[in-house]
Design a protein around this ligand. Structure first.
Ligand SMILES: *[C@@H]1O[C@H](CO)[C@@H](O)[C@H](O)[C@H]1NC(C)=O
Ligand SMILES: *[C@@H]1O[C@H](CO)[C@@H](O)[C@H](O)[C@H]1NC(C)=O
Ligand SMILES: *[C@@H]1O[C@H](CO)[C@@H](O)[C@H](O)[C@H]1NC(C)=O
Ligand SMILES: [Zn+2]
Length: 437
């Protein structure tokens, strides 16, 4: 190695703060009820939070539709993608070779006040096929695994319920039975008798057939039953009756959010779950899901590939969705992602979905701790500070960064960051990175 090589490999500023893009989609939470808005304001006191505006997403990364901007170092004002392009070593050599000098993940905060569309994401091979066939609809050829980690109680639909649960609702709700169909209902009941969980291939085939029939049911029949069930449940509510044994509140809520959308019935097929803060769900390829309410950290492979099938005014592709789903059934509890404490740092909990694109580390420093080192990772990482305040120093930077709730920093591969806490109430931060061996 020559002197020049040595010099080039050490980026001059390898830890810096970022200002991140906010998205104001209509489904976002409003004003100060939105964690996205509060974090964005916390990280930048010049940000003007408006009480009547929706704040749906905070994007941390290099995506063209919301590139982060450097706010410290001599490079302040550059976008993160520009900086990465000029200093690809900050990604780490493994990420450079695996992901072609690109940051492979997009890190987000979501604040949701209205159910998002029912969707699933194709796997890599399928994404390539969809993109080749319909480049106008499926705009890129990448897969899009994603993870949602709750910051506040976070509600979403995720995967198919156990077969016995679906059959329970078919038997308890005649309107649901009508839209699924009599023949299909009988087939599901039959499958359920021998396999109540619905894990066998034959049970999955029956579920696929019934779900596909339901999704293709005549629109006028579906809207008639929707209307009927909505009125029936509403009457029961008005009479003060409990409709929780038939998940009536969720159905009514979906009807209000998406009037006339057949998607309101899907809560009888899919698990509806509420994550506690710190719990996560991971959406593999071909798993149906819809986020419903609350605030979460989200990490995903950098991609826009979504196949939608309901609760949306956007393009729906029902045949593709019905064909691609995996039809794995489960309980809501089984959908909670297993995290583990980092053996090398008890303050760190790792959520690693075992894909190269991303993992999330939760850093929770207890009250009364004075300092902590964010360890060096093999890949470039992005850290979002949720609670607590600290000053940060690193061997490669001359300035001291001042961090608080809402601050976001990029940490180059191989860099560690020394945090000196400024308050006595500890610190909570989340860090996205690539877990490449
Ligand atoms: C959600 O929207 C409703 C209706 O606009 C509003 O009353 C409520 O405050 C909103 N909640 C959040 C968390 O934004
Ligand atoms: C990818 O998805 C397609 C469509 O659902 C499926 O046929 C194929 O088996 C999947 N491939 C892998 C490797 O899982
Ligand atoms: C970290 O805090 C401990 C006490 O909690 C102190 O002894 C130590 O000097 C501190 N280290 C640094 C680098 O500030
Ligand atoms: Zn999704």
């Amino acid at each position: 190695m020559t002197f020049i090589d040595l010099f080039c490999c050490v980026p001059s500023f390898a830890v810096f703060t970022l200002q991140c893009a906010v998205k104001n989609n209509a489904w976002g939470s409003i004003g100060t009820k939105s964690e996205v808005a509060l974090l964005r304001q916390g990280g930048d006191s010049t940000f003007e939070l408006q009480d009547d505006m929706t704040y749906a997403e905070l994007w941390m990364g290099t995506h063209v539709k919301g590139d982060s901007i450097l706010t410290s170092s001599e490079h302040a004002g550059k976008t993160l993608s520009q900086w990465v392009e000029e200093h690809p070593d900050c990604l780490g050599s493994k990420v450079r070779s695996k992901f072609n000098d690109q940051l492979p993940y997009l890190f987000k905060v979501l604040s949701i006040n209205k159910t998002l569309s029912i969707q699933a994401h194709p796997n890599k091979t399928h994404a390539e096929q969809l993109n080749a066939k319909h480049p106008d609809i499926y705009v890129d050829d990448n897969h899009k695994p994603e993870m949602a980690l709750a910051l506040t109680p976070f509600e979403g639909m995720n995967g198919f319920k156990r077969l016995s649960k679906i059959v329970h609702f078919l038997e308890a709700i005649p309107e649901f039975r009508t839209v699924v169909g009599e023949k299909e209902t009988k087939a599901l009941q039959e499958a359920c008798r021998t396999d109540p969980k619905g894990t066998s291939d034959s049970a999955k085939a029956v579920l696929k057939k019934s779900f596909t029939s339901f999704m293709n049911r005549d629109e006028s029949l579906v809207s008639e039953q929707l209307d009927k069930l909505e009125k029936r449940f509403q009457k029961l509510v008005d009479e003060g009756q409990d409709i929780s044994n038939v998940d009536g509140e969720i159905f009514l809520r979906l009807c209000k959010e998406y009037p006339g959308d057949a998607g309101s019935f899907v809560s009888y097929f899919f698990n509806v779950m509420t994550l506690k803060p710190g719990e996560a769900m991971f959406l593999q390829a071909n798993e149906p899901h819809a986020y419903m309410s609350g605030d979460c950290i989200e990490c995903m492979a950098c991609s826009d590939n979504v196949v939608r099938a309901g609760l949306t005014a956007k393009y729906k592709d029902v045949p593709t969705l019905c064909e691609m789903l995996s039809y794995i059934t489960s309980t809501p509890e089984e959908r909670i992602f297993d995290s583990h404490v980092d053996p090398s740092d008890p303050c760190v909990t790792i959520y690693n979905p075992a894909i190269p694109d991303f993992a999330i580390a939760k850093v929770e420093i207890l009250a009364e701790t004075r300092n902590h080192t964010l360890g060096a990772y093999d890949s470039g990482s992005i850290v979002l500070f949720i609670r607590g305040s600290a000053t940060a120093t690193s061997s490669s930077i001359s300035e001291t960064l001042s961090l608080r709730r809402g601050s976001v920093i990029f940490v180059a591969a191989g860099e560690s960051v020394q945090l000196n806490l400024e308050s006595n109430d500890g610190l909570l931060a989340f860090r996205a990175y690539c877990p490449l061996d």
